[in-house]
Design a protein around this ligand. Sequence first.
Ligand SMILES: Cc1cc2nc3c(=O)[nH]c(=O)nc-3n(C[C@H](O)[C@H](O)[C@H](O)COP(=O)(O)OP(=O)(O)OC[C@H]3O[C@@H](n4cnc5c(N)ncnc54)[C@H](O)[C@@H]3O)c2cc1C
Length: 377
Amino acid sequence: MTIGAGLPSYDVVVAGAGPAGAMTARELARRGVRVLLVDRAEFPRTKVCGCCLNPRALAALGRTGLGELTARLRAVPLTGIELATCHRRAAVDHDLGVAVSRESFDAALVDAAVAAGAEFQPRTSARLIVGSSPGCSRLRLNGEGRSFEVAARFVVSATGLADSLFAAGSRTSASPKAKLGAGAIVAHPPAGFQPGRIYMACGREGYVGLVVLEDGRLDLAAALNPVAVREAGGIGALAASILGKSRFPAVPRVDALPWKGTALLTRSPDRLVESGVLRVGDSAGYVEPFTGEGMAWALTGGEALATILAESISGLEDSPAARWSHVYRTRIARRQLVCRAASRALRTPWMTRTLVRCLEYRPSLARPLLSVMHKAP
Ligand SMILES: Cc1cc2nc3c(=O)[nH]c(=O)nc-3n(C[C@H](O)[C@H](O)[C@H](O)COP(=O)(O)OP(=O)(O)OC[C@H]3O[C@@H](n4cnc5c(N)ncnc54)[C@H](O)[C@@H]3O)c2cc1C
């Protein structure tokens, strides 16, 4: 089939090289598909994230032959979570996966995609050209002083919360109660934060999670009420206030850290598939990060989408869009309901207090919920 005569042509162009995009590109390349992966960032790059890969994310890596990757990166095994409110502190021991910095993890996944045969263009942003049609999409790529067009049978949007592939800007809509994400890294963590534990400070205005990374740095990731951020005078001030009221060791000068914010969390795309573009990862829909599921969805989504596209390209699948919608609905969207319920409960201060109080006395109460969330699909 001739796609976009005269233009550099690919079977699939994947925009965005986070876990969703890199996994999609690698799995396509492993099946012999001609795939171009582009990202507007230079790699390695940082990303606002709690940096915890849960057992479902690890299972996805294992299924795709990347089971050794986290050990190679010296990811820290996570053996439990500590929850704190202003009066209470509870500890739950459970296998929660591993902690690894997004700089290392995302760059390693991109390397794996390239090793499998994917072409990678960093520092290059992609934009869909209006008039593209299913079966022959055109994209404008801009980067490194060059601007050029490419053609592809399929385009995958793995652009994260930005959903910036479409010229009209973000096509996703945030729920009115959505929080904003924020992150910062402390080079030398204060005493009292143990490697292998997730620390979660829960306040009325949001929560701040802390975890020690493989290189000893402390990762801070927060989901905060945007109105409370404004009232407190900024992300750092609100995070400092939530942490200050918790019963965790003090983190000095939290308000002065170089915090990075994200777009509002909990978004739903208008359409999962549109004009030959298939969305995956955060680009396909997102809920608040309390349960640490985002990368598991990104990786399982990338794995499943690559299978569907590869089968379509080799003539074994007639309706890739319909099949992707079905797979997404049954394997990912349904599971997101559990996380939505958890984050809704944690939005209510009395529910958070009650939960932490119950777990303080009976930590085992958390295990059934954690087991459901981390179960393989
Ligand atoms: C505060 C917070 C804490 C979190 N904690 C956890 C956690 O502990 N565990 C967990 O599993 N998940 C967590 N998440 C969620 C997790 O970060 C995301 O779900 C995950 O990164 C989604 O991966 P992705 O590949 O879809 O998108 P991303 O990782 O966001 O990657 C998108 C990529 O697309 C690129 N891009 C964007 N637009 C374009 C364009 N037009 N052209 C080219 N490139 C483009 C960007 O540069 C970026 O590299 C957290 C999120 C937040 C906000």
